[in-house]
Design a protein around this ligand. Structure first.
Ligand code: NAG
Ligand code: NAG
Ligand code: NAG
Ligand code: NAG
Ligand code: NAG
Ligand code: NAG
Ligand code: NAG
Ligand code: NAG
Ligand code: NAG
Ligand code: NAG
Ligand code: NAG
Ligand code: NAG
Length: 510
């Protein structure tokens, strides 16, 4: 990994603004829910992907005049914005054959990176004779209402249209629009999504069965709401991943926090820590360092994917350090192994061109979503390699109120989509959903891990991480990943075959 991507100046100004919003939460650690995102791991490994527009000519971009508010009739709801979607017709069998449509539902990021990295659609387009569609989520990338990002993110009046129900309705409307335009009325649609986008895919299938025949929901933690999943599950899996990679690495990390606290409490301790970790700006609080390290371990576990396996990389650095080195120098060796040779590390300054932070400008949008309805209660329990930090809903809600001026609705997701007693509820309702998970993904405890019915299925791998099955096939893919994708494709093929049989029986009987 290299540390010198170049960022344009106009973007730097924007980063400063969003970092100041983001850091109010990070400093307190109170709204610090790990990012979901199917593509973040890829961007961290290869920041250049963000600016590369190397999408093949087969992809054609379209804009749909989307309704701002699908759910009421006030005059302002009638406003529209341009929502981006991209299509690839190269492999499509055509409307006359009712050939299938694979539709990727964008998650909390710019669509560009997904076009090149979500290989599942492209890799299977030929065998399905499928039309490929990729739709960008409202308020992300360039699908921004109110004319500009600044206006759209101004306050709760404009952010109020930014929620999952509106996003799913957007997707339904665009898919219907495409089918109408192409006169592909009987083409079955399979929606595909990863992470938050995977939740949207499964919910779209349940709410709009006439729009999508089936859904592939990869690493979708639809059960990480309310108290369905224990709040400590996420960091327990992070810990397990590190411990499996290396017992001594796990022990070193576990012992490091109290050493940081001890040094921080001494006179000049913070400047001592700043030196040890080569921070870009002096540390003001030891929590700045601890949160940066915690986030690094969490991301490495979430995106612990072949061939690099970042958890192994970090542990290689920690374990590879000289035996005689003190514990924090070992931890720092892990940071360097992960990040590469930068001129400085923690507390990056946005105008430091030698090693700028990844362009995570979309984090403001995700922060709004987690503060409003996507309240994923993640805390740190006892018995992990981290210091305990239970999730505190009261302080979470208070903090969100100070950032956005709105009161969180932590129970809305389970009211609107369900989640409690999922097997009891869905075993006789709904069909054609694959919930795929890799059990090394810290979000996987919030996923559906057991088969619910004949066609609401869990396809999981012991060694997988976040959204691995959606990435493009690669010669170096391990067998279990190849097999997981094959299983998914066979299940989808079965749905489509059944649909064609039904279509023939019902439509052409008269
Ligand atoms: C996204 O892709 C489009 C079309 O290829 C390109 O024009 C645009 O510059 C890209 N945006 C970013 C931020 O890379
Ligand atoms: C960073 O993200 C913003 C918002 O999506 C985008 O406008 C900008 O072009 C991105 N910068 C780079 C270097 O990709
Ligand atoms: C809604 O939009 C349509 C088409 O632009 C327009 O004719 C109509 O007056 C609008 N209605 C309201 C209530 O603004
Ligand atoms: C599809 O069917 C229609 C009506 O039968 C016909 O006019 C049209 O040429 C067909 N299109 C293709 C691409 O075969
Ligand atoms: C948002 O800003 C607009 C214009 O500045 C203002 O009219 C509106 O009352 C504000 N809304 C909230 C919820 O603060
Ligand atoms: C940091 O503290 C250690 C002892 O705790 C000391 O040996 C070392 O010199 C200090 N380093 C700096 C840069 O202050
Ligand atoms: C530390 O505090 C100083 C003074 O308040 C501020 O200028 C600086 O930006 C802070 N550093 C960080 C990393 O937040
Ligand atoms: C970092 O620098 C060291 C020494 O200069 C070198 O041995 C190492 O390979 C470099 N690591 C990376 C990831 O470039
Ligand atoms: C970065 O920005 C800060 C504040 O805007 C400024 O004080 C500092 O000199 C800048 N650093 C560089 C390397 O340009
Ligand atoms: C964690 O340990 C503390 C102190 O021993 C105890 O008070 C607390 O109840 C424990 N929490 C859990 C979830 O076991
Ligand atoms: C949760 O946070 C609130 C508000 O900051 C605080 O009053 C309360 O004591 C906290 N609860 C626990 C269990 O720490
Ligand atoms: C669920 O059923 C599918 C299809 O039969 C199978 O491939 C998968 O392994 C099952 N999942 C679990 C968790 O048993």
């Amino acid at each position: 990994m290299n540390c010198s991507p170049k960022f344009p100046v106009k973007w730097v100004k924007f980063m400063v603004m969003i970092l100041s919003i983001a850091s109010t939460g990070i400093a307190a650690g109170r709204t610090d829910i790990p990012r979901l995102s199917p593509t973040r791991g890829i961007i961290m490994e290869d920041p250049d992907l963000l600016s590369s527009a190397a999408v093949s000519d087969d992809f054609q971009t379209f804009y749909y005049p989307q309704t701002l508010d699908h759910f009421n009739y006030q005059p302002q709801s009638n406003a529209t914005f341009q929502q981006r979607y991209v299509m690839n017709f190269k492999y499509w069998g055509g409307a006359n054959n009712s050939a299938p449509i694979l539709a990727y539902l964008g998650a909390e990021s710019h669509l560009n990176v997904s076009l090149t990295s979500i290989g599942f659609l492209n890799d299977n387009a030929v065998s399905f004779n499928a039309l490929l569609v990729y739709i960008e989520h409202r308020y992300y990338g360039i699908s921004i209402p109110f004319g500009s990002r600044e206006e759209a993110f101004k306050n709760a009046s404009t952010l109020g249209y930014f929620n999952s129900a509106q996003a799913i309705a957007d997707y339904a409307e665009i898919i219907m629009h495409i089918k109408n335009e192409l006169r592909a009325f009987y083409s079955p649609v399979i929606v595909v999504g990863g992470s938050y986008g995977g939740m949207l895919a499964s919910w779209l299938r349940l709410k709009y069965p006439h729009v999508a025949l089936g859904a592939l929901a990869s690493s979708a933690p639809i059960l990480y709401f309310d108290k369905i999943t224990p709040s400590g599950a996420y960091y327990s899996v992070v810990t397990k991943d590190f411990r499996e990679a290396s017992e001594s690495c796990y022990q070193t990390i576990r012992n490091s926090w109290s050493v940081i606290d001890k040094i921080a409490s001494q006179p000049n301790g913070l400047s001592n820590l700043s030196t040890i970790f080569k921070t870009c700006k002096p540390l003001n609080k030891s929590s700045e360092l601890k949160i940066a390290l915690k986030n690094m371990y969490a991301s490495a576990a979430q995106y612990d994917r072949p061939p690099r396996y970042p958890v192994t990389v970090i542990c290689g650095g920690i374990d590879g350090a000289n035996e005689k080195q003190d514990i924090l120098s070992k931890i720092f060796a892990g940071v360097v192994a992960y990040r590469g040779n930068c001129s400085c590390y923690i507390n990056p300054s946005t105008n430091d061109s030698s090693c700028p932070p990844t362009n995570d400008s979309e984090i403001v949008g995700w922060r709004w979503q987690t503060c409003s309805e996507m309240v994923i209660p993640i805390g740190i329990g006892n018995g992990t390699m981290f210091q305990p930090a239970p999730f505190n809903l009261t302080s979470f809600v208070q903090h969100c109120k100070t950032i956005f001026g709105v009161t969180s609705r932590p129970h809305w997701v389970t009211s609107y989509y369900g989640g409690h007693d999922i097997k009891l509820i869905l075993q006789r309702f709904g069909s054609n959903i694959i919930f795929s998970n890799g059990l090394r993904d810290p979000y996987s405890p919030g996923g559906v891990l057991e088969n619910i019915s004949e066609s609401i299925l869990a396809v999981k791998t012991v060694n997988g991480s976040h959204c691995l099955d959606l990435y493009a096939q690669n010669a170096s893919d391990p067998d279990w990943l190849v097999k997981q994708r094959q299983t998914e494709v066979e299940i989808i093929r079965g749905w489509i075959a059944q649909y064609y049989a039904d279509l023939k029986a019902i439509l052409f009987k008269q």
